[in-house]
Write a protein that binds this ligand. Structure first.
Ligand SMILES: Nc1ncnc2c1ncn2[C@@H]1O[C@H](COP(=O)(O)OP(=O)(O)O)[C@@H](O)[C@H]1O
Ligand SMILES: [Mg+2]
Length: 314
């Protein structure tokens, strides 16, 4: 059964196809005979509650520089599609939240992956707090006294923005670090929200593991080891992907959170685990599936399309 699939994503000409999970999903969909259409979030329009976008027919090819072809734009009601992949990248800001409201109008009649209301309700570093037993000691606040007390208790800490992504503005502070006061001031002027103060996990030198769950079940994993001169494991910051297996603790994390993800319609999720501690549950536009495949792991894109096809059949 061929599906009409629309992908809402950032400009396709700018993606790096080697590592792009959205691109892997598109290649797999096309190989299965599904019809692809493409639009960027700024083409969305809502009129009297009905959602439209100017979409373009899309074909993809696994060849850098010549990786896509787009047909003529056509204004379409998004409800005309069987599936919409919401794959725009963070920042998770009011623009993102607005897009989830748009897509909520068509879901679930048109299957939106991931469920847009659930995406809105699960900012990645906030969602983790529903599983306190799985997370490292973590404080969310902008209150100086709270941070000082947490720092006195835990020694080395990490400070990072609650809605940050890609390793942006992630700092480690040792117990004695004299930059704390200035960094506090910088955070309080730059961020309007509470931010994350977390116990520093020395195991990060062995990597931050990205584990993919599809419809609540473990589907594949890749370890990301930070460069020697950086705290951050994010691949965009020089972290290197390494083949990996799950420890018993990581399996326990998957079986604990899996059912909650499935309940909420969060079909494609990437969680991050450092030293056996859950630090993020990525539901917006998780990455890692190409790295998993390149390292000889499972074909997560195929698992995702198996699930989507099954759901569309009812
Ligand atoms: N508590 C921590 N202990 C050690 N390293 C950390 C900690 N928190 C974050 N890091 C490092 O910083 C990177 C980015 O932090 P993360 O919380 O994943 O935010 P982002 O959303 O920007 O990826 C992680 O991959 C890890 O290398
Ligand atoms: Mg991360």
């Amino acid at each position: 059964m061929a599906l009409n699939v629309a992908v809402q994503m950032d400009p396709i000409e700018r993606i790096n196809i080697r590592g792009d999970s959205t691109f892997a999903l598109l290649l797999e969909a096309q190989a299965r005979g599904h019809r692809l259409s493409y639009y960027t979030p700024d083409r969305l329009a809502m009129i009297q509650g009905a959602v439209f976008a100017t979409t373009q027919p899309l074909t993809v090819r696994d060849q850098a520089g010549e990786h896509f072809n787009l047909g003529d734009g056509q204004r379409m009601p998004l409800s005309a599609f069987d599936v919409v992949l919401m794959r725009q990248d963070p920042p998770f800001d009011l623009n993102y939240i607005t897009a989830t409201h748009f897509l909520e109008r068509i879901h679930p009649k048109t299957l939106v992956i991931n469920d847009p209301a659930a995406v809105r309700n699960a900012p990645e570093k906030m969602f983790v707090t529903e599983f306190p037993q799985l997370m490292p000691p973590t404080l969310l606040t902008r209150d100086l006294a709270e941070i000082k007390a947490f720092r006195a208790e835990h020694g080395d800490i990490v400070m990072k923005p609650l809605y940050g992504h890609g390793g942006g503005a992630v700092f480690r502070l040792t117990r004695e670090d004299l930059n704390f006061g200035s960094l506090y001031d910088l955070f309080s002027t730059n961020f309007r929200e509470a931010w994350v103060v977390q116990k520093f996990l020395p195991e990060v030198k062995d990597g931050d593991k990205r584990i993919i769950l599809v419809d609540g079940e473990f589907a594949g994993a890749v370890n990301r080891v930070p460069a020697a001169d950086d705290l951050r494991s994010n691949m965009v910051r020089g972290g290197s992907p390494k083949e990996t297996e799950l420890s018993p603790r990581e399996r326990e994390i998957c079986t604990t959170i899996g059912p909650k993800l499935r309940e909420r319609g969060l079909l494609f999720v990437g969680i991050d685990v450092i030293g056996g501690w859950l630090t993020e549950i990525n539901v917006t536009s998780p990455t890692g599936i190409r790295a998993i495949r390149n390292l000889g792991g499972p074909d997560v894109a195929a698992l995702i399309w198996d699930k989507i096809e099954k759901k569309r059949k009812g």
